[in-house]
Write a protein that binds this ligand. Structure first.
Ligand SMILES: C[S@@+](CC[C@H](N)C(=O)[O-])C[C@H]1O[C@@H](n2cnc3c(N)ncnc32)[C@H](O)[C@@H]1O
Length: 456
């Protein structure tokens, strides 16, 4: 953006914020926001990348913004387009995640899924990620992004934070990437600038407190709360930390940061809780505030869930479904309506518990439906990293063919193969097509297809 006109009182309100330097901040806002991507460690690819993001091993800046829409690797889930500062949440997570022990992680305000895919990259199969989004219309984009990521250890829910109150002590780590006044996104989102006001900062502060109070019981004793906003205002940041340390049994964690990262470490005025501030002009990225706190008391634990009447699963169907899954015995299989799903078997019990309390929109990987003696495979299976590629046909597509496939155009392929086939690009799957004697049926999901015209 050029010649940014900041809202009245905005710059004044920042003068007392730790580390704020008006000149470099204003100069940085004369430039466009930087573009960065974070690679999917489960789907290695040769995608173009530039300089590394200092605080994230998988993060890279790009020299200019390419057309992600017309990059098949983007649709295959090889990377996520994520603003660089946000990737710092992964650094905090790495600093506090206990070694070797499986953890249950909640990303409470998760859509569109940037931080969910970031956290998921740092988890093992035995760890569980619950990605929640309160706004129903934002759930599909969250689910799609986790589908592209491809793992079978995440669950997407659509709940209000207060619904988690019942899950006492269930989570080891909770991320609250709170809705905020959005000043950190001024370079990327002009509307955030128009909507900014001190009154809105105050409203956001109250909403952040409500969300945190609701979610506190769901964190177990010695568990970690990671709190972040994309606001510079101390009411939404350090004041929230002071409130957390006063009202709840929480202590601040000092996260190591390297001096050359140019992140400003702040301390809250009353309790001295550590916060990490990202200012454009000092760091290469957008505005972010992040902090980490440890819970020091016990809110009780949820009584163990008794499985009421396990679903009796048809053995023949399971056998067929398992043919499509790599290391098939590592998964728990369940049928929801006609769809078969697989989730890492460590999460069977958690899934039952969550099912009792929350509105689950996606669990693990949807494999498909059985029709007669065949599986009608689901798009989630195609994009998953658990698919047994030896059990399916794969058709490598050239760039133009991949784009035609992603546009859901008719495909003409020179192959004598027949049946369900994975359409792949540079070794990564894009989705399914069914090869018939005289044509190819393109099964790329209609709602995901590329609608725009190819750039000239
Ligand atoms: C900053 S955005 C999250 C961005 C996301 N973590 C990412 O990295 O892609 C905040 C999210 O909080 C959700 N939200 C809004 N009001 C909320 C509330 N009262 N409780 C919980 N979440 C809320 C918004 O819908 C939005 O998805």
């Amino acid at each position: 953006m050029s010649n940014a006109v900041f809202p009245p009182l905005f710059i004044d309100s920042l003068h007392s914020e730790p580390g704020f330097d008006e000149q470099s901040f204003v100069e940085a806002h004369q430039n466009e926001a930087l573009v960065s991507i974070r690679l999917n460690p489960f789907k290695p690819s040769d995608t173009q990348k530039g300089a590394p993001v200092p605080w994230c091993n998988e993060g890279f800046y790009l020299e200019k913004r390419p057309s992600f829409t017309f990059d098949p690797l983007f649709h295959a889930g090889a990377y996520y387009v994520q603003e660089a500062s946000s990737m710092f949440i992964g650094h905090i997570f790495n600093c506090v995640k206990p070694d070797g022990e499986p953890v249950k992680v909640l990303d409470l305000c998760a859509a569109p899924g940037g931080k969910s895919t970031l956290l998921n990259s740092l988890l093992n199969n035995t760890d569980l990620l619950v990605a929640n989004e309160i706004i129903k219309t934002r759930v599909p984009i969250l689910a799609d992004n986790l589908t592209r990521w491809g793992t079978a250890n995440s669950i997407v829910t659509n709940n209000d934070p207060r619904d988690f109150t019942r899950l006492k002590g269930f989570f080891d780590i909770i991320l609250v990437d709170a809705p905020c006044s959005g000043s950190g996104m001024f370079r990327k989102d002009g509307s955030a600038m128009e909507e900014w006001s001190q009154a809105n900062v105050e409203l956001c502060h109250q909403r952040q407190q409500r969300i945190l109070a609701d979610i506190y019981p769901a964190l177990k004793e010695d568990g970690y709360l990671i709190y972040s906003t994309c606001s510079y205002s101390h009411q939404e940041n350090e004041d929230v930390l002071d409130w957390l340390c006063t009202e709840f049994a929480m202590e601040s964690i000092n996260i190591p940061v390297q001096p050359d990262w140019n992140i400003t470490t702040s301390q809250s005025p009353k309790k001295g809780a550590y916060g990490y501030r990202f200012y454009p002009g000092k760091i290469l990225g957008e505005g972010l505030f992040a902090a980490c706190l440890k819970k020091t008391n016990d809110s009780g634990t949820l009584p163990a869930h008794k499985n009421s009447g396990q679903q009796k699963l048809p053995i023949k169907e399971i056998a067929l479904v398992k043919e499509y899954i790599k290391d098939a015995d590592n998964y728990y299989y369940l049928k929801v309506a006609d769809d078969w799903l697989a989730i890492d078997k460590h999460h069977h019990e958690s899934l039952n518990t969550l099912h009792k309390h929350l509105y689950i929109k996606k669990s693990g990987v949807r494999i498909g439906k059985i029709a007669g003696r065949d599986l009608v495979p689901d798009h989630e299976l195609a994009l998953s990293v658990i698919i047994n590629k030896d059990a399916v046909l794969q058709i490598p597509l050239k760039y133009d063919e991949a784009i035609a496939y992603l546009r859901k155009d008719n495909l003409v392929l020179s192959t004598a193969d027949k049946g369900w086939s994975l359409m792949s690009y540079e070794g990564l799957a894009l989705g399914w097509a069914k090869l018939l004697p005289n044509r190819v049926n393109n099964y790329y999901p209609k709602e995901l297809r590329i609608l725009s015209a190819l750039p000239i």
